[in-house]
Design a protein around this ligand. Structure first.
Ligand code: B12
Length: 217
């Protein structure tokens, strides 16, 4: 086990993802914990940055789809290790109920999974619907659970329109004034959230938790 500084861990995390080296990714995650570093910082400034760079390389045709799939596996393997060091959710504080999922037609779920995990350890009751989730399922789950927040993730320009349809579907179901909506994922921006009338946009998982807490306060 190497003793790493935060900068070293971040640098190695980015490299491990871009090298599509799962063993190295797990090792950086383990070393992060063994070195007493903040797992969230290494997750957000290291692994997540590595994944975004992988996307840029893919777009520039410098990384293949199979490599991108392995890069995602690297990130998931590291996340599984880092998650073990997140604080246990205390049963007493229920800040509110969140329904979250990735929009239909979109299989990208790494970021949404991180947001769901962080909301849960921060004290929210989270119903994670997974990925490729039909709009009707968000609505029925929100109704069934009496959700305070409905979050959706979209990483593609083709699926972000689903976030707009979700706004309309919640209104149609008479739920829109009972819930706050949150949008995120690489395709979403604050401008997009404003345009479709979503209550919250967050660029990162920690920001998502912060904004969710403010929304239910
Ligand atoms: C990993 C990846 C994949 C993996 C996904 C694995 C998985 N289980 O998720 C695989 C290899 C399967 C994949 C497939 C495809 N991909 Co892809 N992929 C990516 C990549 C490189 C990284 C995404 C990621 O995991 N980032 C790391 C996480 C931690 O970050 P994040 O998702 O942004 O999440 C953070 C925030 O956005 C926020 N957040 C996320 N969700 C939410 C939700 C809420 C409510 C809130 C508040 C906040 C929030 O918090 C998160 C944590 O900080 C992106 C590049 C990019 N720029 O995003 C391309 C990218 C999204 N993919 C792309 C494409 C084109 C595809 C494919 C169509 C490729 C193909 N030809 O088949 C398929 C799509 C299949 C489908 N129907 O969905 C394009 C989309 C282009 C576009 N504009 O539409 C991108 C942008 C790459 C590119 N530059 O071309 N992909």
């Amino acid at each position: 086990m190497a003793n790493l500084t935060q900068e070293e861990a971040i640098e190695q995390a980015i490299k491990a993802v871009l090298d599509v080296d799962e063993e190295a990714s797990v090792k950086v995650a383990e070393d992060t914990l063994a070195s007493g570093l903040d797992p969230l910082v290494v997750l957000q400034e290291g692994f997540t940055v590595g994944m975004r760079r992988a996307g840029e390389l893919f777009e520039a045709e410098e990384m293949s789809l199979p490599e991108m799939i392995i890069a995602a596996d690297c990130m998931m393997a590291a996340l599984a290790v880092l998650e073990t060091a997140l604080p246990e959710k205390s049963k007493s504080d229920n800040l509110g109920t969140v329904v979250i999922g990735t929009i239909e037609g979109d299989v990208h779920d790494i970021g949404k999974t991180i947001v769901a995990t962080l909301l849960e350890v921060s004290g929210f009751e989270v119903h994670n619907l997974g990925r490729d989730v039909p709009i009707a399922e968000f609505v029925s789950k929100a109704k069934e659970t009496g959700a305070n927040l409905v979050g959706s993730s979209a990483l593609m320009t083709t699926t972000m329109t689903g976030q707009q349809k979700l706004e309309a579907a919640l209104t149609e179901a008479g739920l829109r004034d009972k819930v706050k909506t949150m949008v995120g994922g690489a395709a979403a921006t604050q401008g997009w959230a404003d345009k479709i009338g979503a209550d919250i946009y967050a660029e990162s998982a920690t920001e998502a938790v912060q904004r969710a807490k403010e929304a239910v306060a």
